[in-house]
Design a protein around this ligand. Structure first.
Ligand code: HEC
Length: 120
């Protein structure tokens, strides 16, 4: 199962690169889901949003299917509600783009209807 999931994550490669471009970190340095996972942990996002962005701890679900890149960035930079805002001095644009790429790389769960054993 884990093995299959890794392949799904790799299939998201082009989308991850596109996210990096969307977030404006330039063509030369494409966003990296791997670095993003580390930045997601280092910056404590997981404490409220869960290690897979699944939500349900104190924060909302962030993945799979994260909100649009611009809305994502705007929220993290300017939150004035329960979540503390993360200014650029604390969390760089590159790290934020990587975090977005990480969240985008998280595969959707398999539909249980496609698993015969769960449909008997
Ligand atoms: C102290 C808990 C906490 C931490 C740490 C935290 N968040 Fe949040 N986050 C929240 C809460 C709560 C919300 C729901 C909106 C609100 O009330 O502020 C939220 C909302 C969001 C949203 C908006 C989701 C949507 O669908 O509108 C994004 C994006 C987000 N967080 C990203 C992040 C990222 C990225 C990090 C790490 C850099 C992070 N959060 C760290 C608590 C947290």
């Amino acid at each position: 199962m884990r093995f299959v999931r890794m392949h799904v994550a790799q299939a998201f490669g082009p989308a991850v690169v596109a996210a990096g471009l969307l977030l404006g970190c330039g063509g030369a340095f494409a966003a990296s889901a791997e670095k993003g996972k580390a930045a997601y942990v280092q910056n404590g996002c997981w404490q409220c949003h869960g290690t897979q962005g699944q939500g349900g701890i104190a924060g909302l679900k962030l993945a799979p299917d994260p909100i649009a890149a611009e809305a994502f960035t705007a929220f993290v930079r300017g939150s004035n509600r329960l979540m503390p805002p993360y200014q650029e001095a604390i969390l760089s644009n590159d790290d934020l783009a990587d975090i977005y790429a990480y969240l985008q790389s998280i595969p959707k769960p398999v539909d249980y209807k496609t698993i015969p054993l769960l449909n008997q």
